[in-house]
Design a protein around this ligand. Structure first.
Ligand code: BES
Ligand code: ZN
Ligand code: ZN
Length: 498
């Protein structure tokens, strides 16, 4: 999809298809819609009056202009009720319009960005591009037949009338594109099968990004991790012949910038290990590296956006398999923090690899440490696949995350970390166990992690639900979602603003 910004107006710009959006009430025709209506002798208002197009949310209506406009076709898309309008609706509407055009086989679209409600041209351009790119995403890497049909929008032209508008649109387009490309990249990694997206593959992807953006990178293999004392990460990695990798990627925009550590769970396939999972839906467990994918994609986007921060991405990457050297229930592991853990279930492996990553992250003495993990099925039970489970020990950090969540539509809901539940993790033979009770499973997983962050402001995002969806959403096709990328980037973009 190529983008271009050009000076022009909806009613007289020649193109394959022109996009117009409308609210539900037909007394409120305004902006480009009004101009086109006037040029078209009231045809659009007539259409709305007759009820052929009501502007219902995401309703699409295709029209041929028969030479009465410079555009060959017009696509009307509904925005729903005006007083319910938000950027989230806007992303959904641009996605639905994009999907309609793609599926019709039309290759070029034009849309004039002009102020709507309280939103600036920049915000509208960014959200438009986001909806369009994310909504038309498809994972086709392994398709040999459908690929050939190649139904893809080739060119998108955004119009503005004044120089000021054009600048704002250009900015929104640039940022929307960088962020959306990062989300699509994360989706590609999540959707990739585990026989492709191995720890080695993801470490190579990190190396590629490091090289391209001049970041520092360290890739430790399992022997090195063992020598460093990462007993928990190593125990999980030893269950597979596929070599594990512990990756640290650093993006630093300048001197003395605030340090933020981002950690992503990177289990490239979670069979459960010796505590093996039931086979039903086990194929989904290729998504257990969604946290790592989100962190890696975020670092790439942060570098492209030149965000003024010092970011440290930590990716513990390994499979969780029941090989001959696999760790076993009852084993006691010595973690990098020095604390010992009794293994109750080898399927609670995420918290183990994260415990070493968190302990490693503390060495940077960061301002904040944030982990993303498909950690617990219990979180899916509690919050479903729409919402991120949010935990943390620092109100200010949680507030920042909540704000980024509100702005991006990546919903997060805070759950408590009450220490009463720590009781359940007490072990007779080690400092604690890796599993407590079945009830409050998401909370107990988070409490386990909290034992490895000390006093450092920390947040844990349990993305087990929204990382992978079975049913599409307005601008999220089914499969890997890339959840967390937009939220993290928004958080980092807002960081300096307090
Ligand atoms: N990767 C899973 C969590 C998961 C489950 C993610 C379903 C997405 C969908 C994790 O490693 C796991 O298996 N957790 C166990 C923990 C339990 C043994 C305490 C779980 O949730 O059952
Ligand atoms: Zn597991
Ligand atoms: Zn897992």
């Amino acid at each position: 999809m190529k983008f271009k910004v050009d000076k022009g107006r909806s009613e007289d710009y020649p193109c394959e298809i022109l996009l117009l959006f409308s609210f539900e009430s037909h007394d409120s025709i305004e902006g480009p819609l009004l101009k086109v209506d006037q040029r078209w002798k009231g045809f659009l208002s007539e259409l709305m009056k007759q009820g052929d197009f009501r502007g219902e949310r995401f309703q699409c209506h295709l029209l041929y202009t028969h030479g009465l406009l410079s555009a060959k076709r017009v696509l009307l898309t509904g925005l729903g009720k005006k007083d319910e309008f938000s950027l989230e609706t806007w992303r959904g509407a641009s996605s639905k319009a994009g999907q309609f055009i793609r599926d019709s086989g039309i290759k070029q679209l034009v849309f004039q960005i002009s102020r709507m409600e309280s939103f600036s041209e920049k915000e509208l351009a960014e959200a438009f591009v986001t909806g369009l790119m994310l909504g038309t995403y498809q994972y086709k890497e392994f398709k040999t037949v459908e690929k050939e049909k190649n139904k893809e929008i080739e060119e998108v032209i955004l119009l503005g009338e004044t120089e000021k508008e054009l600048d704002l649109i250009q900015e929104g387009l640039r940022e929307g594109r960088i962020i959306s490309e990062a989300v699509c990249q994360a989706r590609d990694w999540v959707n990739a099968p585990s026989n492709q997206a191995t720890p080695t593959f993801l470490a190579q992807q990190a190396q590629k990004i490091a090289k391209e953006y001049g970041m520092e990178i360290q890739v430790f293999d399992v022997d090195q991790a063992e020598a460093m004392g990462m007993g928990a990460f190593v125990a999980v990695a030893k269950g597979s012949k596929e070599p594990g990798k512990f990756v640290i990627l650093e993006y630093n925009k300048g001197k003395n910038l605030e340090k933020i550590v981002l950690i992503g769970k990177g289990i490239t396939f979670d069979s459960g290990g010796i505590s093996i999972k039931p086979s039903e839906k086990m194929e989904r467990m290729k998504d257990d590296m969604s946290g790592a994918a989100a962190v890696l994609a975020t670092l790439k986007a942060a570098a492209e956006l030149q965000i003024p921060l010092h970011l440290i991405g930590i990716l513990p990457l390994t499979e969780n398999l029941p090989g001959g050297k696999a760790y076993k229930p009852g084993d006691i592991l010595k973690t990098l923090s020095g604390q010992t853990v009794e293994v109750i279930s080898t399927d609670a492996e995420g918290r183990l690899i994260l415990s070493d990553a968190l302990a490693y992250g503390l060495r940077y003495q960061p301002k904040a440490i944030i982990d993303l993990a498909t950690l617990t099925g219990a979180c899916v039970v509690a919050l479903g696949d729409y919402v991120i489970g949010l935990f943390g020990n620092d109100e200010a950090l949680l507030k920042r995350i909540q704000k980024a969540s509100d702005e991006t539509g990546e919903k997060a809901w805070q759950l408590p970390l009450w220490d009463e539940y720590f009781e359940y993790l007490k072990s007779d033979v080690a400092d604690f166990k890796n599993v407590g009770t079945r009830s409050a499973g998401a909370i107990i997983g988070a409490i386990f992690l909290s034992k490895f962050v000390g006093e450092t402001p920390w947040a844990h995002l349990d993305i087990a639900g929204p990382a992978y969806i079975e049913k599409e959403r307005p601008y999220i096709p089914k499969g890997g979602t890339g959840v967390g990328v937009r939220l993290l980037i928004q958080l980092l973009r807002n960081w300096g603003k307090g």
